[in-house]
Write a protein that binds this ligand. Structure first.
Ligand SMILES: [Mg+2]
Length: 227
């Protein structure tokens, strides 16, 4: 009998990588130029889905929040993201590559994504930082304003990938914001918060994840938790 797999769902920005502002710059400049908004309002990106960010921008500037406008914005955003990624000094966060190498060799673990990035932006970012090959499935932010819905989608994708139901307590969500912790709870999953993003350790502790780490380097505490 095969062992029940654990599913690890990783956030991207602030957890696996930092893009040196490439994502924010690409999206905001695309919005500004496409919709002729000289000074777009500030929108929080951390923990949010791409669709939520677009929704907030459209609403703040009286632009119709339609699928067509979102598609236009996304197309231009992805075009610019591909230009900005190599120009900015981003990084794979400490410990990430080593951890993913270890985890990907385990047959009791399945690695997926749970990200606010659209499928396209996730692919561009992870391709750029050579991390794409670790992840076979995931939940993305193309269509969901609420990250909890991305979590539900990621859980469905996990079950499809593995070919059987995965009990929620075998699912771990790894992210850098209280919103990651909240969406983990929305699907009954466990949550690991890593303070390598923009939220402080204290803010993460307040969200009551199962584990708070300063970074994924060293990965011992995280690996011990998995057993
Ligand atoms: Mg993040």
């Amino acid at each position: 009998m095969c062992r029940m797999k654990m599913v690890l769902l990783f956030d991207i920005d602030g957890t696996l990588i930092k893009t040196g502002g490439a994502g924010v710059t690409a999206l905001m400049s695309a919005f500004s130029d496409l919709f002729r908004v000289a000074e777009p309002c500030e929108v929080p990106f951390s923990g949010r889905t791409d669709r939520w960010i677009a929704h907030r921008l459209f609403r703040a500037h009286d632009i119709d929040d339609t699928d067509a406008n979102w598609q236009r914005l996304q197309d231009e955003y992805l075009r610019r993201l591909a230009v900005y990624l190599p120009q900015r000094e981003g990084m794979v966060l400490p410990g990430v590559t080593g951890l993913l190498n270890q985890l990907s060799q385990r047959d009791d673990v399945a690695l997926g994504l749970l990200t606010g990035n659209s499928r396209g932006s996730a692919k561009l970012k992870l391709d750029h930082y050579r991390l794409s090959h670790y992840f076979a499935f995931g939940g993305y932010g193309d269509h969901f304003v609420n990250r909890d819905d991305v979590a539900r989608d990621a859980l469905t994708a996990s079950c499809t990938h593995i070919g059987q139901e995965v009990p929620p307590d075998r699912v771990w969500v790894i992210g850098d914001t209280p919103i990651d912790v909240r969406c983990a709870r929305a699907i009954g999953a466990r949550a690991v918060a890593v303070a390598t993003g923009w939220d402080s350790r204290e803010q993460l502790v307040a969200a009551a994840p199962d584990l708070v780490l300063d970074s994924l380097d060293p990965a011992d505490a995280f690996l011990q938790l998995l057993g």
